[in-house]
Design a protein around this ligand. Structure first.
Ligand code: ADP
Ligand code: 5GP
Length: 196
């Protein structure tokens, strides 16, 4: 009995800035084979230590807008004054090669993926409390206090959107959160595929 060729899944990890999306995703990538991490394009300034093509592809607003006009994004959104988007052709190529692809994106972009790719796996990462989120953003210290305040204000609304997604993982104990995401990915791989 032959099974249809497996197309990879799009796994969206969303949630407020500072909740730990990057931390959780990096650990999942270290522990699961057959999975690729989509590198987004952004107009945000590079943080110390960030690398072109590893953390993001850093572009000017004019360059980003040209990519929008050329329909190069699977989704894109404006977040805290900067643009962020997922390169469509790269993601499509990976999933057609049978790899799962993780998108680590903010909530408006995740909602676009939910509409356009309803078969994707949508995971919302929640903080154990609002105070914990505040502490994490302050502790990461990659933004000025003013910019942190903007992200926290945004988070209040984002947290009300979690019911729009398939799974919620509370990122309290990091090891547990990572293990939960790994289990979700493995469960998705066990799904019975419908013949085309
Ligand atoms: P995001 O990608 O969602 O913006 P990060 O992965 O950059 O968030 O995490 C924000 C900060 O919170 C980092 O300093 C990270 O080390 C810390 N962090 C992540 N997960 C946890 C956790 N479970 N407990 C405590 N701190 C955490
Ligand atoms: P940061 O500036 O902290 O790197 O990212 C700000 C927010 O944008 C984070 O929540 C991050 O996950 C999200 N983000 C990163 N890349 C993308 C993307 O391609 N699309 C969308 N919609 N959000 C993204």
């Amino acid at each position: 009995m032959s099974s249809p060729k497996r197309i990879g899944s799009i796994i969206v990890v969303t949630g407020p800035s500072g909740v730990g999306k990057n931390t959780v995703v990096e650990q999942v990538l270290d522990n699961v084979d057959g999975i690729a991490h989509s590198i987004s394009i952004t107009t945000r300034d590079k943080r110390p230590g960030e690398q072109e093509g590893k953390d993001y592809f850093f572009r000017t607003r004019a360059e980003f807008e040209k990519l929008i006009a050329q329909n190069e994004f699977l989704e894109w959104a404006e977040f805290a004054g900067c643009l962020y988007g997922t390169p469509k052709a790269w993601v499509k190529e990976q999933i057609e090669n049978g790899l799962d692809v993780i998108l680590e994106i903010e909530v408006q972009g995740a909602m676009q993926i939910a509409k356009q790719c309803p078969e994707s796996v949508l995971v919302f990462l929640s903080p154990p409390s609002f105070d914990a989120l505040k502490e994490r953003l302050n502790g990461r210290a990659t933004e000025t206090p003013e910019k942190i305040a903007v992200r926290l204000e945004k988070a209040k609304n984002e947290l009300t959107q979690r019911h729009l997604f398939n799974f919620e993982i509370i990122n309290d104990n990091l090891e547990v959160a990572v293990s939960n995401l790994i289990h979700i990915i493995h469960a998705e791989r066990c799904r019975i595929l419908k013949a085309q």
